[in-house]
Design a binder for this molecule. Sequence first.
Ligand code: HEM
Length: 540
Amino acid sequence: MNSCNYTTMSHSQSASSGISGFLSLLPEIQTSELFLAVSIFITIHSLRQGKRQGLAVWPVVGMLPSLLLGIRNDMYEWVTGVLDRQGGTFTFRGPWFTNLHCVVTADPRNLEHLLKTKFSSFPKGEYFRGTVRDLLGDGIFSADDETWRKQRKTASLEFHSAEFRAMTARSLVELVHSRLLPVLEAAHDGRAQIDLQDVLLRLTFDNVCMIAFGIDPGCLHPGLPEIPFAKAFEDATEATIIRFITPTAMWKALRYLDLGSERWLRRSLKRVDEFAYDVIRTRKKELSLESGDKNSTERTDLLTVFTRLKDEDGRAFSDKFLRDVCVNFILAGRDTSSVALAWFFWLLDKHPEVEEKILGEINTIVKERGSRNGGEGAEGEELVFRPEEVKKMEYLQAALSEALRLYPSVPVDHKEVVEDEVFPDGTALKKGTKVVYAIFSMGRMESIWGKDCRDYKPERWLKDGRFMSESAYKFTAFNGGPRLCLGKDFAYYQMKFVAASILRRYHVRVAEGHPVVPKMALTMYMKYGLKVTLCRRDEM
Ligand code: HEM
């Protein structure tokens, strides 16, 4: 109700009832004026506060308008700009009644505090777990405390065992030489453009399923077929992510009513579970048949390892728990190395001098092998890199790390604080606050990497020609502290093996005019893939 309504109504009153009518309207006038005054006060107050925060804070919707304006072009760059101006940390005030309030930081001191020093005060938290529970259950990725610790310990022993290393090296030789290179060769022969990101995603999905389940779903085959399990897994992940941008009460209502994205999630999870439980049942049968057999299977995949273990009461783990273990590892290891490789090949296309140096390193390693073998195997087409040779590729490791610094596969990550805390930079955190650490922005901070922070320079990782790793709180692509990525060593081995095997045979040329931009997702995919053509080195 505004003053215009008041005028109209007062004219319609008769003279005798004028005074009493006016008096009867008084409460309404006061209400509308009060409402107007409060609105003006809140707006002025919010705008003044906004100046202090660096972003306007609006009544009810908080900083949402600034965020929406900022992400029209590139959300990562927008967040980086705000962090830069705010000295590395800012508090985002989301709309009332949403889950969007959080503290965003890119300050290495805060990262060390939350990932290591005060690790137990910054768990994944109930909000995260509740949102991803249908997909991830009690698996390592969402668990905290004892549930997490036990899985971490068992999986860590496994990941560092010689058998596991041998199995992963074998699986890569098989995937790269029998599947990846023939697919690339077919694209080369047909002079066709190929989406390298898609090919690499297929490769790492097959590879991580071999590690987790001990089976190969066969995504990377000529013709690039659609594999129902891979499709269901992707759909289930995407539908779960939608929950993060939907008010909790709303997605819960949709789930209850079996509508929209929740229906899509239920259906895709059903297919994921059918596949997983089928593999689990078959494996249990296989292992029970061979129990007592000295020549039992040499399987070293995670499912076999966890199936053979017993819980603290001496009982076998439930099928549901085994399903959660495998699904979490597939999620953790399926896309991260492939998107990192896609950004790496794109960067090489823009930096031929880096490609030259990588080739120089590979050729030296191949020549060394040749001189040891009296020339044999040095230039053979079917050259397969050995683990000790991959280890020697230090410049390649630097070039991959540099790609991950600028394009981290996990661009942002988050924690929830369980008690009142103060960050080393002075930011006060109330119990329950969500903390987002902006890994993407950290790679682009002058305060961390110097004036050339935006340049692609593998040399920054080398000292006297040897690769030097960086503090995990500065280079956070693999997380840090007790929850450091468990697959880090494997991921480097995998990326180096794949990159060297491709680069030795082909020059990868990004298709002219192909747009390369990041997709807004929890993993840093290229929004339109990476369309490339291939030129064989021996034809150049
Ligand atoms: C370039 C490749 C990779 C990158 C950049 C990467 C990055 C990360 C990051 C940032 C986290 C922390 C996630 C969080 O806690 O929210 C993480 C955790 C994890 N990663 Fe990786 N990852 C890569 C490859 C892999 C691979 C290939 C595997 C397995 C085969 C793997 C297994 C895991 C596991 C199991 C965790 C959970 C660790 C825990 O919570 O204790 N990662 N990774």
